[in-house]
Write a protein that binds this ligand. Structure first.
Ligand code: FEO
Length: 397
């Protein structure tokens, strides 16, 4: 069933309440998600994006309840990733000559995935537009690296809707469809988690793109992303949030992340958290065992933090593989402007702290000198070192 966004523009996507993982198993979804496609019925009938192929039959049935598929005049594919293009091959079986407006990189992506170089691709660049009748146009805006090289957004004049695809989205199932009706705490928290885990590596490009969009002076009234809620009430709030999040964002929070073998490193983590709380009761402290907590949630907490403390015992001259894998992920997200401390227990050789120190420095963190390096099970003399760690993490530059 289509649902009206504004005038002759309709949402026609898939709200997926069962989805738990995304990008393989890499991104954890806690509150469902959606793939938002849109149907524009002006003089021209336009389909903007599709849904992931497991939902192809449902999507095509929904579409056929609303229109004859042969009445579609053109398709806009804002991004070739499969969650938005997955149903395209099924539609193309029905209307094989339909023009597909997308970026040149999307042509590569779609051809690479579906092997149909004969499809009628119309590559577009920023500023290109197409008349869809009734005085309205679609204007294309390349959104390179937000978050793939092929992304673009499409602005519909007249109704002033920006179909932004992944940018400004959230993995969040919103039956109410619009931001003013959605659970607002969850909405902002899911938008932030999405930014931290997907867009953070491209923060500088986000800043440039926001400046470019502002300079284009588009009279945006609605931002319709491809996941989650449509921003209808104060749509510029999400653009402003992106500008803030892309600018070395941090709150008064310190996050302690660890793994442990015989509980010694867990005891150190807890004491670091306690000492931070004693020295600065207003600082939010979060403590996570990396093996017992979803890694994307921890990344969202790191995103909010001004500093982190990371602990692992020494195991086979190294750190635990759970921690090594997580730091590898952390490195890929290119955080900057945050402090880090290291801590850990060891029995024999004790390389863990230096491995953590090197890895966190390579991941862009300013690693402080104080640390806790504890031989065997922590005693009070080891735990007291948490005071110096806490003090230096709290110290502002
Ligand atoms: Fe929602 Fe990059 O796909």
């Amino acid at each position: 069933m289509k649902r009206r966004v504004k005038n002759n523009v309709y949402w026609i996507g898939k709200i997926d309440w069962e989805l738990k993982k995304f990008h393989g198993d890499d991104y954890t979804i806690d509150h469902g998600s959606s793939q938002n496609a849109y149907l524009i019925q002006e003089k021209k009938t336009v389909l903007v994006d599709t849904v992931w192929d497991p939902h192809a039959d449902e999507f095509i049935n929904n579409l056929e309840e609303e229109i004859n598929i042969s009445d579609i005049d053109l398709i806009v594919i804002n991004h070739g990733e499969r969650d938005h293009s997955g149903t395209l091959p099924y539609i193309m079986e029905k209307i094989p000559n339909i023009p597909i407006y997308c970026t040149a990189n999307s042509v590569k992506s779609l051809t690479g995935q579906y092997h149909h170089p004969e499809w009628n691709f119309i590559p577009v660049k920023t500023g290109d537009s197409i008349d869809i009748g009734n005085g309205k146009k679609l204007v294309f805006v390349e959104m390179r690296m937000l978050h793939w090289p092929d992304n673009m957004a499409t602005f519909m004049t007249g109704d002033n809707i920006l179909f932004s695809n992944d940018a400004f989205g959230q993995h969040f199932a919103v039956n109410e469809l619009f931001n003013d009706l959605a659970d607002k705490c969850l909405l902002i928290s899911e938008a932030e988690k999405y930014f931290a885990n997907i867009l953070m590596p491209f923060a500088s490009k986000v800043r440039d793109k926001i400046d470019e969009i502002k300079k284009m002076d588009l009279p945006i009234e609605i931002i319709a992303p491809s996941h989650g809620a449509i921003w209808r009430e104060n749509p510029m709030q999400i653009i402003d949030l992106y500008a803030k999040w892309a600018d070395s964002y941090q709150e008064n929070q310190i996050t302690v992340i660890y793994d442990t073998v015989w509980n010694g490193t867990a005891i150190l983590a807890d004491r670091i958290g306690q000492e931070i709380g004693k020295l600065s009761p207003n600082t939010i402290v979060k403590i996570y065992n990396i093996s017992k907590t979803d890694k994307t949630e921890i990344i969202a907490q790191v995103f909010r933090s001004k500093a982190i403390a990371v602990g692992s015992p020494t195991v086979i001259n190294d750190i635990l593989s759970s921690m090594a894998g997580w730091i590898h992920f952390l490195d890929s997200l290119k955080f900057s402007g945050k402090k880090a401390a290291v801590f850990g227990c060891y029995g024999w050789s004790g390389e863990g702290n230096s491995v953590l120190r090197k890895s966190l420095a390579e991941a862009g963190f300013s690693v402080i000198e104080p640390e806790i390096k504890c031989n065997w099970t922590p005693e009070e003399k080891d735990l007291e070192q948490a005071i110096a760690v806490a003090k230096e993490l709290l110290e502002t530059e």
